[in-house]
Write a protein that binds this ligand. Structure first.
Ligand code: SAH
Length: 378
């Protein structure tokens, strides 16, 4: 894989040091080669960072002292910092993480029987502007670095370990803020670490990338990765999808489905999860359900119906539970595994992206460069 930024100089940040947190094995091997070190150093350091969560080079005792000192001079392992940490009555925990400035990354942990899912962000804001998504309506700031993405997983693993409930983190979904396929290089580096046996060792079935459908990036993903794929479809025809998911004007449904067929062909036993947000009188009629069932014929599929999360100034309303049930039954009768997403963490959440707006305002009031923002617990 090509890592355009793998040279030590290019990744130097304000501190003048390279943050090794986001380096996958290949990138780290390249970096150590430039330092004149053998490639196995990469595995050693990845284990320290991601498995043992030791972030000071001084404590990496299987590296010789001179190397530890050298690393401390040129590199660092910098984690995001929590500016907000809330746990809902149903156990869902939500953090806002910052690496400085007035920007925050939203991250959610959802415990379920026998598993725990971390929902991570891939961008600050989102450039796709889906009309029913509050993040999309707030605009786009920038891509997250690989360190900021994998930092979410490390941070959550550490936080869950110390919260005394022995809760586990078994699955990761790229369903927080942002469009992961619009930030493919960093998302791939982070997902390589998620799958790496020396880092998080998650199986590819337990790491899911959710996309609104950036078709060329989806072909690229099929070449280099086998992680699970969820596609935000939300409409069974181009006229409606053009309106709800504007990227459809560039990559219409036929092109998206061709890229999805290619993905499943390259990934045996894989089923695509189709996400479909249920919007009252917009995309939720029986006719839409039948059209959707016809559209997906021949593609190994699961359909996930998502109750709409409302937010201020939206023109949409969520479909009634009864409408969702009827829609789901039509799909099931047509032979599709169909689930309805359970809405969790309502009391701490609001709609997708809202908490970030709230904190951003608060941080502006505090002043963007406050050195130590308090961690709020509620
Ligand atoms: N950009 C990616 C991933 C982030 S959004 C994507 O589009 O898939 C994760 C999921 O939440 C997507 O299926 C998205 O369509 C859905 N979503 C966004 N806003 C929502 C809302 N207000 N209510 C319910 N689901 C929403």
């Amino acid at each position: 894989m090509n890592h355009p930024q793998s040279g030590p100089k290019k990744l130097r940040r304000e501190s003048g040091k390279v943050n090794l947190l986001g380096f996958d094995r290949e990138a780290l091997e390249g970096w150590f080669a430039e330092l004149g070190e053998p490639s196995f150093r990469a595995v050693q350091v990845i284990k320290w960072i991601h498995q043992r969560r030791v972030l000071e080079f001084e404590r990496m005792t299987d590296l010789r002292k001179a190397l530890r000192d050298r690393l401390a001079e040129v590199a660092e392992i910098r984690l995001p910092r929590a500016v907000l940490d809330r746990t809902s009555t149903d156990g869902v925990r939500k953090w806002l993480l910052t690496l400085g400035g007035d920007n925050a990354i939203e991250m959610v942990y959802i415990p379920e029987l026998g598993r725990g899912t971390l929902c991570v962000s891939s961008q600050l804001g989102c450039p796709l502007a889906c009309t029913f998504c509050s993040t999309g309506q707030q605009g786009f700031e920038r891509n997250l670095t690989a360190a900021e993405i994998i930092g979410q997983l490390l941070f959550a693993t550490q936080a869950l370990e110390t919260d005394g409930t022995a809760r586990k983190l078994t699955n990761v979904v790229f369903m927080g803020m942002g469009e992961p396929l619009a930030n493919l290089t960093s998302v791939l580096r982070a997902s390589n670490l998620m799958l790496d046996e020396h880092a998080y060792n998650l199986s590819r079935r337990r790491v899911t990338l959710s996309t609104a459908g950036i078709v060329p990036a989806l072909y690229r993903l099929a070449e280099v990765s086998r992680i699970s794929l969820a596609v935000s479809l939300h409409a069974p025809n181009d006229a409606l999808r053009d309106e709800l998911v504007p990227i459809n004007r560039k990559y219409p449904i036929a092109a998206l489905l061709a890229a999805c067929r290619n993905y499943v062909k390259r990934t045996p036993h894989h089923r695509i999860t189709w996400e479909y947000v249920m919007l009252d009188a917009v995309n939720d009629t029986d006719a839409h359900a039948r059209e959707l069932a016809r559209l997906l014929i021949g593609i190994p599929s699961k359909i996930n119906l998502i109750p709409f999360n409302s937010f201020p100034n939206t023109c949409y309303r969520g479909s009634s539970p009864q409408r969702i049930r009827c829609f789901s039954e039509i799909l099931q009768r047509a032979g599709y595994i169909t689930t309805v997403r359970r809405t969790r963490g309502n009391d701490i959440d609001g709609a997708c992206g809202q908490l970030v707006g709230e904190v951003r305002n608060r941080m502006r009031r505090l002043g963007a460069d406050q050195p130590q923002l308090p961690v709020l617990r509620a």
